[in-house]
Design a protein around this ligand. Structure first.
Ligand SMILES: NC(=O)c1ccc[n+]([C@@H]2O[C@H](COP(=O)([O-])OP(=O)(O)OC[C@H]3O[C@@H](n4cnc5c(N)ncnc54)[C@H](O)[C@@H]3O)[C@@H](O)[C@H]2O)c1
Length: 256
């Protein structure tokens, strides 16, 4: 079950948090993983951990806001693997705190560039090869903020709703070719991004409790708990799943 043997996967933002867990989980399941990140040191750390554990991984330095970088990485992956790239995980993303009134045009533009355009560039680059093989799985990282309004997260909510919309539109367009496109909507997940935010507060424990409270399970996810969902969507066991916004949120949205 859930084997990725012989599969080639690209995971963006794989230097940290959820992306690193997905890369490690995919490699454990037998995939060759391209660890794509703009942070070289972080990417190398992930590659090192995978190789140390006996898996296969290669570093791919990329700024997903640059179309040329996105095209180049996909060209490289296809050239090194007889024109195949079985799985693309558009995971890299950034956050922003603010309402529409405190979100400057430059803030919205930055989130749009990283959270949406990167996934758009990479999907456009990889789709022709997936369509040619009549197989492939694209997995986008959305958020619970992709299916509900989140207070003081205006730009983040806008871009994550767009990711859910992009997933559904692509699933409809490319379903007939056998390529599947899904997204995952995690609840709060304990990653370096969240840890850094906690440290900004005078009393991190109180803020942590605030972050945990909306989840039915009264805790945050660990990155591997999100990676398991990605593993399912990448594997052939999810062959009939496309266009889904898979909620992995510890019950965050259950009571809304
Ligand atoms: N952590 C959470 O609570 C949570 C909840 C729901 C959804 N998500 C989503 O999951 C994804 C991963 O989140 P995380 O918490 O693991 O983040 P993180 O900050 O721990 O890691 C993000 C990684 O993306 C990389 N990155 C950022 N901009 C990039 C760019 N332009 N090009 C290439 N790489 C870039 C960073 O270097 C970093 O390694 C994001 O899309 C995020 O919105 C996170």
């Amino acid at each position: 079950m859930f084997s990725l043997k012989q599969k080639v996967a690209v995971v963006t933002g794989a230097g940290s948090g959820i992306g690193a867990a997905i890369a490690e989980c995919f490699a454990q399941a037998g995939a060759l993983v391209y660890v794509a990140d703009c942070n070289v040191a972080a990417g190398l750390d992930t590659v090192g951990r995978i190789v140390h554990a006996g898996g296969q991984a290669k570093l791919a330095t990329i700024d997903i806001t640059k179309e040329a970088d996105c095209q180049a990485i996909i060209r490289r992956v296809l050239a090194e693997n007889e024109n195949r790239c079985d799985v693309l995980v558009n995971n890299a993303g950034i956050g922003h705190v603010g309402t529409i009134l405190s979100t400057e045009p430059s803030d919205l533009e930055r989130l749009w560039q990283v959270n949406l355009r990167g996934a758009y560039f990479l999907s456009r680059a990889v789709l022709p090869a997936m369509i040619a093989r009549r197989a492939g799985s694209i997995i986008n990282l959305a958020s619970v903020a992709g299916v509900m309004g989140m207070e003081s997260r205006f730009a983040y909510t806008v871009t994550k709703h767009a990711i859910v919309g992009m997933t559904r539109a692509m699933a409809m367009d490319h379903g007939p070719t056998g390529v599947r496109i899904n997204c995952i909507c995690p609840g709060r997940t304990q990653t370096p991004f969240v840890d850094a935010r906690l440290r900004e507060y005078p009393n991190p424990d109180d803020y942590r409790k605030q972050m945990e409270a909306p989840h039915a399970l009264k805790r945050m996810a660990q990155p591997m708990e999100i990676a398991s969902a990605a593993l399912y969507l990448a594997s052939d066991e999810s062959a009939f799943v496309t266009g889904s916004a898979m909620i992995v949120d510890g019950g965050y949205t259950a009571g809304k």
